[in-house]
Design a protein around this ligand. Structure first.
Ligand code: GDP
Ligand code: MG
Length: 311
């Protein structure tokens, strides 16, 4: 049995019995920003776990959503926006990807059927062709295009990709079929996480994303991309939820901007996230925010790990 540690560091003891043909594994979704990766995750998991927005690259960390069913458990890893092939040397990118996807059972290459192949798609596909993981291709947004040629599209895919499916994450078209395909690629294994993990781990991510959304609402472009949110504490008390979170900034000069006059900006961010989260959870939510200078957090490995990039 593989030993997994919980967030608090204690070993997780299986508290349930599972059938011998239970499957469980890790699935990564990679692809250009705005292709609908978050939308697909949300549809599959049935809850809004990561931000969907028309702004590219709002999802920057390896957000894991866990789908636990009686017969299988899928642990999803959303694509971190760090993996921007265009700005990475091919070799370095391959190294990063090789590491990030080391234990991943299936990589889903996702593209928008309406503008495939973009340069970005081609670079991702090239990188994937070097990886040994199982790979399938998902073409999204078929609701916007009805005249695509599956054969022509498939010809542009490297041999490392074994199957192709066309979906609309937005409408849910073929999403059940995709799910069935994913399960085929999972190894026989007992669940890696307790089957009720939905309730805490993803809630932390959800809180993280809501705070980030608040930052996006409050500021234009520059500040949101220079910040990251780390949830330090997520406590579900009997009548309220209390969340402590750090907002990381890259430069000292960003601090007064983020905080605002008499803390006005920070208060708006906090109020937004509190409101959104309490609607979602049905209980009052109290958030405490700290702004922390973490120079060049984007480039630091330990920082990326803390954010869940490499966990
Ligand atoms: P991500 O950057 O890959 O995570 O993409 P998002 O999930 O944030 O989606 C980007 C945009 O595409 C959003 O405005 C979505 O509503 C939209 N979108 C996602 N899936 C579909 C789809 O199947 N059809 C259409 N028409 N739009 C979609
Ligand atoms: Mg996304």
């Amino acid at each position: 049995m593989i030993e997994k540690k919980s967030n608090s560091g204690e070993p997780l003891t299986p508290i349930f019995t599972v059938s011998a043909n239970h499957k469980s594994g890790f699935v990564a979704i990679v692809g250009k920003p705005n292709t609908g990766k978050s939308t697909l995750m949300n549809r599959i998991l049935g809850e809004k776990l990561s931000i969907t927005s028309p702004k590219p690259q709002t999802t920057r960390y390896a957000i894991k959503g866990i789908l636990s069913e009686e017969e299988y458990q899928i642990i999803f890893i959303d694509t971190p926006g760090y993996l921007k092939p265009r700005y990475e040397m091919q070799k370095r990118m391959l190294k990063i990807w090789g590491n990030a996807f080391k234990d991943v059972d299936l990589i889903i290459f996702m593209a928008d059927v309406n503008n495939f192949p973009s340069d970005y798609d081609l670079e991702v596909l090239e990188a994937l062709s070097f990886l040994k993981n199982n790979q399938i291709a998902v073409f999204n947004k078929i609701d916007r295009k009805t005249d695509y040629d599956p054969k022509l599209i498939s010809e542009k895919l490297p041999p490392s990709i074994s199957e192709t499916i066309f979906i609309s994450a937005y409408l849910g078209t073929n999403v059940e079929q995709l799910l069935a395909k994913i399960v085929q690629y999972l190894p026989l294994h007992e669940p890696f996480y307790p089957q009720d993990e939905m309730s805490d781990l993803p809630m932390r991510f959800f809180a993280q994303e809501k705070i980030r959304e608040g930052i996006f609402h409050q500021f234009g472009d520059e500040i949101p991309y220079a910040t990251a949110v780390l949830i330090e504490k997520y406590s579900e008390l009997p009548h309220k939820t209390v969340i402590d979170a750090q907002i990381w900034i890259e430069k000292a000069s960003q601090k007064p901007i983020l905080i605002g006059r008499n803390g006005a900006n920070l208060a708006k961010i906090r109020e937004y996230a509190e409101r959104e989260l309490s609607i979602f959870t049905g209980v009052p939510v109290e958030i405490h925010l700290w702004v922390k200078l973490n120079q060049n957090w984007r480039k630091k490995n330990s920082s990326l790990r803390e954010l869940g990039f490499d966990s």
